[in-house]
Design a protein around this ligand. Structure first.
Ligand SMILES: [Ca+2]
Ligand SMILES: [Ca+2]
Length: 189
């Protein structure tokens, strides 16, 4: 984002900067964020491809997660964060990785393959409007538009921190009716 545009689009509260310390001493909320590597990857402009964040990248990140960012900006970045192989669409592999990020790495937390398959089918059924088997940005934004909590959930430096998919946020629109968390997916018949 050009400097001029950034200055107009975003005023980063100092408190937010103080609360968010991705490096060298990450805050507990940042460390607990399963998407930290993806977030660095998406916001890094490093030509070395090492996903390091310059100060400008850091400000862009804060801007995207701030209250000042529009739903379009937030959903655009969320889409890129979830697009694990950077190919511009969310396919089954991306969704599987997304679910694994949300449920955690522990064996107990993981969904069985049947549960995973059911969840991904549900997500695609709800989101894949053109039925090509993947979710593109506009399909994703369409889903997000139905999740009123998404904008406030995609935030940094709060109790909810950088977790873009909290149990009450974006995920709710993607999960089977009545289930408002990924754990809820376990109750799929
Ligand atoms: Ca992808
Ligand atoms: Ca599609």
């Amino acid at each position: 984002m050009p400097k001029e545009q950034r200055e107009n689009a975003c005023s980063v509260p100092l408190l937010l900067v103080a609360q968010c310390q991705p490096c060298p001493e990450p805050s507990p909320s940042w460390q607990a964020n399963p998407f930290q590597h993806r977030i660095c990857h998406v916001f890094s402009t490093s030509v070395d491809g090492d996903d390091s964040l310059s100060f400008e990248d850091f400000l862009d990140m804060l801007s995207a997660f701030s209250d000042a960012a529009t739903s379009d900006i937030k959903s655009n970045y969320a889409f890129r964060i979830f697009d694990f192989n950077d190919d511009g669409v969310l396919d089954r592999k991306d969704l599987e990785e997304l679910v694994n990020c949300l449920t955690g790495q522990g064996e107990e937390a993981r969904l069985s393959s049947a549960e995973m398959e059911q969840l991904i089918c549900n997500v695609l059924e709800e989101s894949d409007i053109d039925k090509d088997g993947t979710i593109n940005l506009s399909e994703f934004q369409h889903v997000i538009s139905r999740s009123p909590d998404f904008v406030s959930t995609f935030a940094v430096g709060r109790a909810r921190a950088l977790c873009v998919c909290s149990s009450s946020g974006f995920g709710a629109g993607w999960l089977p009716s009545g289930n408002s968390s990924v754990q809820g997916a376990r109750s799929i018949p």
